[in-house]
Design a protein around this ligand. Sequence first.
Ligand SMILES: *Cc1c(COP(=O)(O)O)cnc(C)c1O
Length: 387
Amino acid sequence: MTSTLSTARPKIDETHLHAAPRTQVPERLLLGPGPSNAHPSVVEAMNYQPIGHLDPAYLQLMDEVQSLLRYTWQTSNPMTLPVSGTGSAAMEATLANTVEPDDVVLVGVNGYFGHRMMDMAERYRADVRSIHKSWGEVFSLEEIRAALEEHRPRILGLVHAETSTGACQPLEGVGDLCREYDCLLLADTVTSLGGMPLFLDEWKVDLAYSCSQKGLSCPPGSSPFTMSDRALEKMDRRQTKVANWYLDMSLIRNYWGQGRTYHHTAPVNMTYAIRAALRLVADERLEQVWHRHRACAEQLWAGLEDMGIFCHVPHEYRLTTLTTVRVPDGVDPKAVTKAMLADHNIEIGNGLGELGGKVWRIGLMGHNSRPENVDRVLAAMKQVMGR
Ligand SMILES: *Cc1c(COP(=O)(O)O)cnc(C)c1O
């Protein structure tokens, strides 16, 4: 029999496909819970030809990304690198590498992402326990101590910046408690990295993750991950293989570390992008970045109050990167977000989970955190709500 491959024709009819036009992307100001707009220099950095993932120039780039990431997170962990994928991939990497079946994992749940952490830990067959607070509140050190005493976990997971509620869980002192109870501290810093003060080493955080598309002014797809030597030790003492090949840091470290052994093809252009994004943070300096986010958040809160609209979270625990705003009585929240997008090209977020229909979520993250954007969103809200 002769091969028909040389004369093969597609079997699925193509006549209904339109001649592909250039991708049309509307110009939006992304002031929701993420993604936020990428900085023009980041978009420009992505726009080069890929190079090989073992090219010496690429290996140099990886080193730069790692140093910049350590600075941004204030950690000296050697295992600090971007995971290929969005924040949830880096989130899963923290658990996949350290959880062994029947390990007690305790999660502080005060919003949507605490639930996701529990779900992931369960899938790695952890014995998952949880403590709860209502959405918008945070845990006190006393409550955390009592829970550690009761559950004696191997890992305590907390969400530093709960994007679903707008609350910031203080981490000072939690790491010391975790050392006292011999457990690892895992922190979700997806909405705080690149916007709010983070001192991973000082706070004794053992595992942390973030994303590129919120505080780092970068498109989604390259997600910061870090693990301390204590976390590495737990991984190295595993009796079982890491139950996720793609995210297995015992393999990936041979590529990011000395060995430079191929594991999976790096999303090269995303590495260009995150390098440029982290470079922006370093050029501006962290202290100024944090200060700018706080100043813009204060400007937003004051403007909302002038309109007679109030924030969901007490001032003390508010994220400066994301504000949850209570929907006034008689207002249809979804009609407002729809009109904001349609008439003003501004995206803000609706409430999620328990806060669905009760709040809007306004993000001022990374490059988007600028006074003129605060003015724009306030003016648009005034216009839309005035109708
Ligand atoms: C956005 C977010 C995530 C998930 O990140 P993705 O990039 O959407 O996968 C996890 N945790 C928090 C707190 C987030 O805000």
